[in-house]
Design a protein around this ligand. Structure first.
Ligand SMILES: [Ca+2]
Length: 170
């Protein structure tokens, strides 16, 4: 199963879909008691396999403002001499848009990438699913609910629809 880090990595190759015309929605408030150096260390551990990669990445991506992410970049770069993370942190302007895109890609075309779909839907406790739904609707002009309805079947569909909540098309 691909990790979130793989997802972010693949984003490097397709940043255009995230050049987020997202307005204020999805804007993250600065975290209080923020320490860029500490975050950079946490990210480094996560990326180098010493920590829980997905949780750390999601936590930092969803709970730091863009100015704070900029500072993390600088701290990370200083500590590791690597620039790649900076690029990632900067291009993921809107985390909800990023996850909306992941959901779309998981259902697009024939078949369903259930592992991605499950992972994004289930991580909703840390990322506001309402924001993801709004971004989904904005990007693709139909609701996440409709996408699930038409792509999935049986109990799997019922479960996902329940997690998804309301239908933004109605
Ligand atoms: Ca499909």
């Amino acid at each position: 199963m691909a990790s979130l880090w793989d997802d972010l990595d693949s984003l490097v190759n397709t940043p255009s879909s995230f050049s987020a015309k997202t307005g204020d929605r999805g804007t993250i408030k600065p975290k209080a008691g923020f320490d860029a150096g500490e975050d950079a260390v946490a990210l480094r551990k996560a990326i180098e396999g010493l920590g829980t990669t997905e949780k750390t990445l999601i936590d930092i991506l969803t709970h730091r403002s863009s100015a704070q992410r900029q500072q993390i970049c600088e701290a990370y770069q200083e500590a590791t001499g690597r620039v790649r993370l900076c690029y990632l942190l900067k291009c993921v302007k809107s985390v909800p848009a990023y996850f909306a895109e992941r959901l779309y890609q998981s259902m697009k075309g024939g078949g369903t990438d259930e592992s991605t779909l499950n992972r994004v839907m289930v991580s909703r406790s840390e990322i506001d699913l309402l924001d993801i739904r709004a971004e989904f609707k904005k990007l693709y002009e139909y609701s996440l609910h409709s996408a699930i309805e038409s792509d999935c079947g049986g109990n799997y569909k019922k479960t996902l629809v329940k997690i998804c909540g309301g239908d933004d098309d109605s």
